[in-house]
Design a protein around this ligand. Structure first.
Ligand SMILES: O=C(O)CCC(=O)C(=O)O
Ligand SMILES: [Fe+2]
Length: 292
């Protein structure tokens, strides 16, 4: 069972107690979801179109924003340089960062900011290949963005205007996932990893850690019997709530819902309170060798 740890605040710039901070870091690192059920992200009147207009490019799953370059991606032609949309995405990125720094101060200095995403489209019934299908249980790993052991911490906020929850499944523990799938994955070939970087297939070097995580991700999603039979629980995240998860550690699937905001952060393993719980150290313990 994945536990959900609840912290009550309505303020993105809240100051948290030591008890709340220790609940959050301990919970996240051990594979819980940290839920802030009253933390809503409100839209100003001039931003309302973001909930209602067809701002998503027809072939894309979400709108992305890169804080470093201030570029939007996935936006329909009419909105592709919309300053209000850009400012909205930037505001969410900043709010999420403030929240992480206030609630998880241990991570603040070494936090690397990844993409901000806005997912206006309904996810139920959307066609996609098994590997790209986030309605199947998986742990996160991205083929083009190797992380070399860095953690993937995501902050989600449901801004659905029609009271629809974001519905997830939460699966078995990382340990159970790794025990099941690691024996099915062959060792990475060292020549292959350097070559992929040279040919610009990957943004950095695909380390043995990335190799194993990517194969775990693919094998989980492509195994129909596993998807059907593995123990799972349903979680509903209501509009007006925010939740944080280490999505590289927690087996998750998104079943239905629309209008979700998400901010990705990369956190070095050295910033963890308990390194032994990280996917990197767990896989290394299984393989009896360093993987980055
Ligand atoms: O869109 C969602 O609700 C979650 C999808 C997912 O798997 C992820 O963001 O890692
Ligand atoms: Fe995911």
């Amino acid at each position: 069972m994945t536990a959900i740890d609840t912290i009550r605040t309505q303020d993105w710039q809240a100051i948290f107690s030591d008890d709340e901070k220790s609940l959050a870091i301990g919970g996240l690192e051990s594979g819980n979801v940290v839920l802030l059920p009253e933390l809503a992200f409100s839209l100003a009147d001039n931003e309302e179109f973001i909930l209602r207009d067809p701002i998503l490019s027809p072939k894309r799953k979400n709108i992305s924003y890169n804080s470093l370059t201030q570029q939007l991606g996935g936006v329909a032609d009419d909105y592709c340089n919309n300053d209000t949309l850009k400012a909205f995405m930037a505001r969410y990125a900043k709010a999420a960062q403030q929240l992480v720094c206030a609630l998880l101060p241990r991570y603040c200095d070494s936090l690397e900011i990844g993409r901000t995403s806005y997912r206006p489209a309904e996810i139920a019934g959307r066609a996609s290949s098994p590997r790209k299908d986030d309605t199947r249980l998986h742990v996160d790993a991205f083929p083009s963005s190797p992380v070399a052991g860095k953690r993937i911490l995501r902050v989600f906020c449901n801004i659905n205007p029609w009271h629809q929850p974001r519905v997830w499944h939460l699966g078995e523990s990382f340990r159970q996932v790794a025990d099941r799938f690691m024996p099915l994955i062959s060792r990475p070939m060292s020549l292959q990893t350097g070559l992929m970087k040279l040919l610009h297939i990957t943004k950095g070097k695909r380390t043995p850690y990335d190799h194993y995580m990517l194969h775990i991700h693919d094998k989980m999603k492509c195994d129909e019997t596993y998807q059907e039979n593995v123990g799972k629980q349903r979680a509903e995240f209501l509009p007006g709530s925010t939740w944080m998860v280490y999505t590289d550690l927690v087996s998750h699937a998104a079943l239905s819902g629309s209008h979700l905001l998400e901010q990705t952060f990369y956190v070095p393993v050295s910033a963890m309170q308990n390194e032994a719980l990280t996917p990197l150290r767990q896989l290394e313990a299984m393989c009896h060798r360093p993987l980055v």
